[in-house]
Design a binder for this molecule. Structure first.
Ligand code: HMG
Ligand code: MG
Length: 304
């Protein structure tokens, strides 16, 4: 079994996680969550988005989150941007890295961004050119890579085509999003092998939502195929506002525990990560959705 020595974790809880939590939290709480994640060893954190606040109210004030964060050596804060309007706001807020997103399903593209896949890629080419002008790094997402909430099955060739176009726009990395968490390991394998014919493996990341509890096995398959970047969300926060019923991303705790047990470095301090999870759960009034966090807390309290 071939596996990487280290894995780059991209923590998306403060964006993908919080965007779907119904209880609104202040920019100060969002920034404190990010600071606690940095303290836990996370180096790549998506801290918010510059999308329409009418569409995703929780992400309003992402500029205030960025403004509250201090620069920390080797730590990158990124923000999600859908169009030139969002790009203008990201530049004004001093973002150094952005993430753009397109879908592999037409219906999801319409529901999520009010435009077709082709139109979204046109918008994103303008965003990428503007980012290049400001020397801002651009990461890309493809959504619905293993299934769409409206159209069902998604053809891996379609995912490869969208991923390739994002690669050609200059995205340094393309993250493959199983937005509704329906994929299983064989499908994930077929997907990654197909996309890798168009985009080099070292430009690919995986972004598994955990709706059906398949995110960990799918992550393992991705690692075995040569992918070494994994998106996760502390405490399994979130879901997707345009994918009804979708669960949050795979919990950072789950991935950190699995990789640590396999001798793969992530740089994460699990105890500090648990504290970050407790902090945001307390602010949201939600209960923990990470089995690793639950088990570690139970064993610390003398459970088995
Ligand atoms: P639209 O309504 O088609 O935009 O929304 P528009 O260009 O027609 O403008 C309508 C109004 O929105 C105007 O204001 C614009 O100024 C304003 P008005 O004149 O009515 O007062 N507007 C904006 N305001 C703030 N920021 C902006 C912006 N753009 C326009 N950037 C738009 C199009 C893309 C903006 C909208 O559909 C939107 O915000 N969508 C974002 C949806 C979203 O955030 N989804 C979740 C993130 S994606 C995700 O979670 C998947 C991922 O995790 C990977 C995976 O899991 O698969 C990444
Ligand atoms: Mg997502």
């Amino acid at each position: 079994m071939s596996l990487p020595d280290s894995v780059r974790i991209v923590e998306v809880g403060p964006r993908d996680g919080l965007q779907n939590e119904s209880k609104q939290v202040s920019p100060q709480v969002r920034a404190e969550l990010v600071e606690r994640l940095v303290f836990a060893g996370l180096k790549h954190i998506e801290v918010g988005s510059f999308v329409s606040p009418k569409w995703v109210p929780q992400m309003a004030d992402s500029a205030k989150v960025l403004a509250a964060l201090e620069d920390v050596p080797d730590v990158t804060y990124s923000v999600l941007v859908p169009n030139m309007h969002g790009m203008g706001n990201a530049v004004e807020a001093g973002a150094k890295e952005i993430a753009v997103f397109a879908a592999a399903s037409e219906t999801f593209s319409q529901r999520n961004t009010n435009c077709s896949i082709g139109e979204s890629l046109e918008r994103l080419s303008l965003v990428a050119a503007e980012a290049a002008r400001h020397k801002i790094a651009v990461r890309g997402y493809v959504s619905c890579v293993l299934g769409c909430p409206y159209e069902g099955a998604v053809n891996p060739d379609m995912v490869a085509s969208v991923a390739k176009q994002l690669d050609e726009l200059g995205c340094f990395e393309i993250s493959l999003g199983d937005t509704i968490g329906v994929g299983t390991p064989k499908a994930a394998e077929r997907l990654i092998e197909t996309v890798a014919t168009d985009v080099p493996l070292d430009h690919l990341a995986v972004h598994f939502h955990d709706t059906y509890g398949q995110a960990l096995p799918n992550t393992l398959v991705a690692l075995q195929l040569g992918i070494a970047t994994v998106d996760t969300s502390v405490g399994g926060l979130g879901g997707c506002p345009y994918a009804p019923g979708a669960a949050g991303n795979v919990a950072t705790e789950e991935v950190a525990y699995m990789l640590s047990g396999m001798g793969i470095t992530t740089g994460i301090d699990l105890e500090r990560l648990l504290a970050a999870g407790d902090f945001i759960d307390g602010r949201l009034g939600r209960t923990r959705r990470s089995r690793v966090a639950e088990a570690l807390r139970a064993s610390a309290n003398g459970g088995g």
